[in-house]
Design a protein around this ligand. Structure first.
Ligand code: TF8
Length: 334
């Protein structure tokens, strides 16, 4: 009897002690990226990988693929939804066809600075949007930084919105961006990111818009002459996991991934902000002519873009638009 009790006690002690490791299996997680490895996302993935390795005792492995090697943002996201790929780090913008509410982040001139973006994305609003995604077969582990988007082109310095007239501008596969640029008179064309360099090189298009770090690491400066600091949108990255695969993971494994995506986020944002200025300097050095928009022209552009809010509030969800505007008002108070 005594030995049986002892044995039972030993077994339950073991059960108490074990879950930390017993519930973690060998996992190989493929992480798809449209950008190149020297983009700040590389720093984020590195920090996340280290964290996951430490917390799982080396059992969970992240393997990153760069430059769209596993397909573009949209294609990779569809692979997550069907459970054939684990992870993608993607802009929200190409995914509005899947989850219309994500369009809220495409509204022109929504965020004024990084502080606002961090507060809204890491706060209640960001969670509200993430909570919608399991419905679409996706789990968002964290918001990382893509950055404020600026316009480059091969023709003229864009100093006011009228300079966009007739310009062939590549936009993401996203109706809000399409309308934002059409409304400014541009000849806007939706295109997957992986096709942009070649389209600029062959002059199939004149212009594109992305943050400094992407213009730098994707070498757009080789095929573009002018850079106008428009900061017209801040489209975040999401660190997405396949919901069908997520559901086969233990709570311990899920916790490790969620916590480490946040560790990665902090490293990634820090790297993004540090590289941003360096990238701008490098673009100038490479011969790009850079112009800032005067505050007046910036305001005119912002006013011109207002119709886009009205036009798209319905498809995004009026409640979602209102909710982010309330969240922003709250941040701006402080
Ligand atoms: C775009 C986006 C992309 C990112 C990247 C592929 O212009 O900003 O640069 O989604 O991850 O398509």
């Amino acid at each position: 009897m005594k030995t049986r009790i002892l044995a039972l006690a030993a077994v339950s002690l073991l059960a108490l002690a074990l879950p930390a490791t017993a519930e973690i299996k060998d996992r190989n997680i493929r992480v798809s990226n449209g950008v190149n490895a020297d983009h700040p996302v590389g720093d984020g993935v590195k920090a996340m990988t280290q964290c996951v390795t430490d917390k799982s005792g080396g059992k969970i492995k992240l393997t990153a693929f760069w430059g769209g090697a596993l397909g573009g943002d949209l294609q990779a996201t569809q692979a997550l939804r069907s459970g054939t790929q684990e992870m993608v780090i993607t802009s929200t913008s190409p995914l509005v066809g899947i989850a219309p509410a994500l369009g809220v982040f495409d509204l022109p001139f929504l965020f004024a600075n990084e502080k606002e973006a961090d507060a809204v994305l890491d706060g209640e609003f960001g969670k509200h949007v993430s909570d919608m995604l399991p419905n679409y077969g996706l789990v968002n582990l964290a918001y990382w930084e893509n950055g404020f988007r600026n316009l480059t082109n091969s023709k003229v310095p864009v100093e006011k919105w009228e300079d966009l007239n007739g310009m062939k501008v590549r936009v993401m596969q996203n109706n809000i961006f399409l309308d934002t640029f059409k409304n400014m008179g541009a000849n806007a064309t939706p295109m997957a990111f992986g096709e942009v360099f070649a389209a600029l090189e062959t002059k199939a298009i004149d212009a594109q818009e992305n943050p400094f770090v992407t213009i730098d690491t994707s070498k757009f400066y080789e095929v573009q002459n002018y850079l106008s600091v428009t900061r017209h949108a801040y489209t975040p990255f999401m660190v997405l996991f396949s919901k069908p695969i997520w559901d086969t993971y233990s709570p311990e494994e899920q916790t490790i991934l969620s916590e480490c995506a946040v560790v990665g986020r902090d490293a990634q944002r820090k790297a993004s902000r540090e590289l941003s200025e360096k990238s701008l300097a490098k673009l100038k050095e490479a011969g790009m002519k850079v112009n800032e928009l005067s505050p007046d022209e910036q305001n005119r552009m912002r006013e011109k873009a207002q119709v886009v809010y009205e036009k798209h509030a319905g498809s995004i969800g009026a409640d979602v638009v209102k909710r982010i505007q309330d969240a922003l008002a709250e941040v701006r108070k402080n």
